[in-house]
Design a protein around this ligand. Structure first.
Ligand SMILES: NC(=O)C1=CN([C@@H]2O[C@H](COP(=O)(O)OP(=O)(O)OC[C@H]3O[C@@H](n4cnc5c(N)ncnc54)[C@H](OP(=O)(O)O)[C@@H]3O)[C@@H](O)[C@H]2O)C=CC1
Ligand SMILES: Nc1nc2c(ncn2[C@@H]2O[C@H](COP(=O)(O)O)[C@@H](O)[C@H]2O)c(=O)[nH]1
Length: 327
């Protein structure tokens, strides 16, 4: 790794405009056999996505990944999605039960279109073994494996059969991995993404650290096919969890999947909880993301997402906000 930099250290350089209106810019992206409206997916976390949100996203042409923290609900969830003729996209871990779960899906002929292997340290034999197991029993499922932060890891998981890899160890808003372990891509997630993307021969999903909609365009520039986002999707009307009123303001909880709130115990905790200001409807945020990304594409001098991939950029070390607040 030569230069370490992160989202706030980079600005993309505008190219001559090709369109008469930003509405001409197409933000859609293809991942596997399906095309989605945006290169963005809400994080597979319990305070970000639930069955209702998954149905809404799939029904409206967005990608989603259901979390894995209520394992017994996964089979009824896939059955429900199939009965609605919507794609099913689930998460699994790597413990023993997950092997029999995959075999059960195969036995029942319940074939999810997408399966995400969701563990903290994805560059491991445990993930390689699970990729191979899924490919043996559910060969038609598109397998996303992660999380990783190095080119070696991307290559190994791709070689094991992963159809996409997910990059990001420790950049998340409710992540404390970087503090508790000293490891990860927190603080240089964008550079890690570039490093990994150079080695990848299959799609990469950039995961964590997105703080503004402009960071989505930057992720695309540095090699992401899709961007996974937690904090920007937390706190909506539809978001799972109670709405909390504090001093006249409305908030919702957002907690890490490796936090004590998720685990129910203080063991190997690498996540925390925060309150996020209530943000209104999820669809409004998705619409705003789409408009902002259309604008990014127009600044890239094109009318499709691919235009962003080749724009010039400058490194402006921590200065792009000029002391401004983001919103
Ligand atoms: N993207 C990120 O930066 C991070 C994300 N997370 C999220 O938290 C959730 C829980 O993750 P995780 O703890 O992996 O899931 P699990 O609790 O399901 O653990 C998966 C397996 O991996 C083992 N394991 C976990 N961490 C390590 C490690 N560092 N080295 C070796 N083995 C390990 C566990 O054993 P044992 O517990 O006994 O070690 C267990 O057998 C996931 O949703 C994950 O995405 C968590 C941390 C970082
Ligand atoms: N280190 C930890 N990372 C976590 C935990 N729970 C989730 N995550 C990761 O964060 C992203 C979301 O990041 P954000 O910056 O968009 O909020 C998520 O997709 C996971 O990869 C955790 O407990 N510890």
């Amino acid at each position: 790794m030569e230069n370490a930099f992160d989202y706030e250290d980079i600005q993309l350089v505008p190219a001559k405009c090709l369109v008469n209106s930003r509405s001409e810019c197409d933000t859609s992206v293809t991942l596997g056999d399906y095309t989605f409206k945006l290169p963005v997916v809400p994080a597979n976390m319990q305070t970000i996505v639930d069955e209702t949100i998954a149905i809404k996203l799939a029904d409206n042409g967005y990608f989603y990944v259901m979390h894995r923290f209520e394992p017994e609900k996964r089979i009824p969830f896939i059955e429900d999605m199939k009965s609605r003729k919507l794609i099913s996209s689930i998460s699994v871990g790597v413990k023993d039960d997950e092997y029999s779960f995959i075999e059960e899906l195969a036995r029942k002929n319940l074939l999810p279109e997408y399966i995400t292997i969701d563990i903290a340290h994805g560059h491991s034999n445990a993930v390689i073994k699970m990729i191979k197991h899924i490919k043996e029993y559910l060969p038609t499922s598109f397998v996303i494996a992660g999380n990783v932060g190095t080119p070696e890891a991307v290559r190994e998981l791709e070689h094991a059969g992963a159809d996409a890899t997910k990059v990001g160890i420790g950049p998340g808003k409710v992540c404390i991995t970087k503090i508790k372990t000293g490891f990860g891509t927190g603080g240089w997630q964008l550079a890690a993404l570039r490093w990994c993307a150079k080695a990848a021969s299959k799609p990469i999903i950039a995961d964590g650290g997105i703080r503004t909609h402009g960071d989505i365009a930057k992720s695309v520039r540095f090699g992401a096919s899709m961007v996974m986002i937690g904090s920007l999707f937390a706190g909506h009307e539809e978001s799972p969890g109670e709405t909390i009123e504090k001093e006249g303001k409305l908030y919702k909880e957002y907690f890490g999947s490796a936090s004590e709130f998720q685990k129910g115990e203080k063991k190997n905790v690498e996540g925390k909880k925060m309150l996020v200001e209530h943000k209104g409807s999820l669809q409004d945020t998705l619409n705003e993301m789409e408009q902002d990304l259309q604008s990014s594409i127009s600044y890239a001098g094109g009318n499709r997402l691919e235009a962003i991939r080749t724009v010039d950029y400058v490194i402006v070390k921590n200065s792009i906000f000029n002391g401004d607040k983001v919103y």
